[in-house]
Design a protein around this ligand. Sequence first.
Ligand code: CA
Length: 132
Amino acid sequence: MVNYDINACGGDVSVNETTGYLESPNYPRNYTADTNCIWRLIAPENEQISLKFLEDPNLETGTVYDYVAIQNGLTEDSPLIGNYSGKKLPPEVRYVGNKLYVTFHSDLSSELKGFRAVYSISKYCLYSQSVR
Ligand SMILES: [Ca+2]
């Protein structure tokens, strides 16, 4: 039995036995303008977090407009892993680390569908794929 937690627009997320989703606001309807969502994902020590973007994500193209940024740590100063916009969100990424700082940002105009991402610790990765 796996619990699914929907985490819409930010918050601290404990990643252990549970698999869950991060979503842009209103997903799959268009997200809101002028929005910042920050999730802090924390897994047990010595675990790796897997994050997989699902179902054709779509943000306004251009990381100066709307983006998802993923950082290796728990603060806004943590090293940047990737900054993504448009439809180019990674289908699956396993991060070497047990802490992730994920930011969704939208600017003042042009809202699109946004994204849904599933998180898990890596050893549950295959299972989370089969659930889809
Ligand atoms: Ca926008």
